[in-house]
Design a protein around this ligand. Sequence first.
Ligand code: ADP
Ligand code: MG
Length: 238
Amino acid sequence: MPEPGSHSSPIITAEQVSMVFGSGSTEVRALDRVELRIPRGRWTSIMGQSGSGKTTLLHCLSGLATPTSGTVTLQGRRPVTISSLSENRRAKLRRTRLSVIFQDFNLVPILSVRDNITLPLRLAHQKMNKQWFREVTETLQIDNRLRHLPHELSGGQRQRAAIARAMISKPDVLVADEPTGSLDSVTSDAVGDLFRMVVDSFGQTLIFVTHDREAALRGDLLVTMRDGRITGVEDLYR
Ligand SMILES: Nc1ncnc2c1ncn2[C@@H]1O[C@H](COP(=O)(O)OP(=O)(O)O)[C@@H](O)[C@H]1O
Ligand SMILES: [Mg+2]
């Protein structure tokens, strides 16, 4: 049996990653020597109960936080040790190579959908590739709402705008924390379809955190967490 996830080379590796919050009697070990390989071009689901360390792990993998110990590496021709970068360098990396979709979508209320989607490019002083913009907005079916403001959209449309914004810079890795958490099951299925399409048609690497088993099973690799540890890695790739 090959090791789960070994059907494609890793794009992010975590070695002996631990995260400790507080000290003494209030110490919480949110991550305990986590070892993980995120396969390139696939959907990795990270599943576990509330408090199991999913968000903390996601923050470490995406450079939103640095672990107390251990290393996180963005693999490539020139590997980057994310866990030892300064806050500035990590912020830069998140604008260009690692895109995070937050649970509440974080759309800017006073900006149109179009301006929300292109915001990361403006922040990174990057030129917009019009064809890519068209491709992403058409694929995500948000192209007919570009002039609207976020509050004029349905929950599902806001979700699609947030995914489009996360994809506009062609990130190496798309990271989503409980993106279906606040959605009903029909909308949640539709978001699953969107992520599947993004992974299958664009070869996008996705890390998807959820406590919902059904949503997690849409992925290619299922990582299960408990008490800050990885308790299982299962290959779902067909
Ligand atoms: N900033 C923090 N300060 C103190 N404890 C934290 C902090 N962030 C998370 N924790 C604790 O770490 C553990 C894991 O939290 P988290 O990663 O948010 O879990 P999950 O996303 O799986 O619900 C929890 O016990 C939580 O209370
Ligand atoms: Mg969480």
